[in-house]
Ligand binder design. Structure first.
Ligand code: GAR
Length: 190
């Protein structure tokens, strides 16, 4: 059987992207074919290159006002898009080209602490400020609103009074590394 080809979109450090690439290297039916980023300075570029995954950097004009990204994804025979710390809203042209085949991870228990501007450390700071007793991760389908697509999977971790945004981030990253690749695998190979 031919592999199912995935593209990973990331905007920053890319530790999840790296974890996903490592998990699926030598996988029998899933291949991470390309990493795409909107950020020419993102560390994910180095991570992907070190793991021999080609990288495509794109700008706002290409992403929102042309069909170039879709054309590239199609010519690479990409079947699923995995967002891993990707901060731009995905336009309807792309969600329509990959219906039900774009997945995101959010570092909190949606619907809480989602929406525009809620990413990375800002989420953990908001969780801490609100005095939450737990946080976690949400893996969900992507539609044309930030963090609003149907939820596929959630996992939780306790938040103690002594936790800081940094220690909450560590716990949440741990959940992300543990679960995101497996959830992707189950979605695609089920
Ligand atoms: C991850 O925690 C991911 O859940 C979050 O950005 C971080 C990226 O870290 N995504 C969002 O906040 C999306 N709204 P990484 O670059 O090290 O994988």
């Amino acid at each position: 059987m031919d592999s199912v080809n995935l593209a990973v979109f990331a905007s920053g450090s890319g530790s999840n992207a790296e974890n996903i690439i490592r998990y699926f290297s030598n996988h029998s039916s899933i291949r991470i074919k390309k990493v795409l980023t909107n950020n020419p300075n993102a560390y994910v570029i180095d991570r992907a290159k070190n793991l021999n995954v080609p990288v495509r950097v794109f700008n706002r004009h290409e992403f929102y006002e042309t069909g170039l990204i879709i054309n590239d994804l199609k010519s690479d025979q990409i079947q699923w898009i995995i967002l891993a710390g990707f901060l731009w809203l995905v336009p309807a042209s792309i969600t329509e080209a990959f219906p039900g085949r774009i997945v995101n991870i959010h570092p909190a228990l949606l619907p809480k602490y989602g929406g525009k501007g809620m990413y990375g450390e800002k989420v953990h700071q908001a969780v801490k400020s609100a005095g939450e007793k737990e946080s976690g991760i949400t893996i969900h389908y992507v539609n044309n609103e930030y963090d609003k697509g149907n939820i596929i999977f959630q996992a939780r971790c306790p938040v103690d009074p002594s936790d800081t945004p940094e220690t909450i981030a560590e716990k949440v990253h741990g959940l992300e590394y543990k679960h995101y690749p497996e959830v992707i695998e189950n979605l695609i190979c089920k």
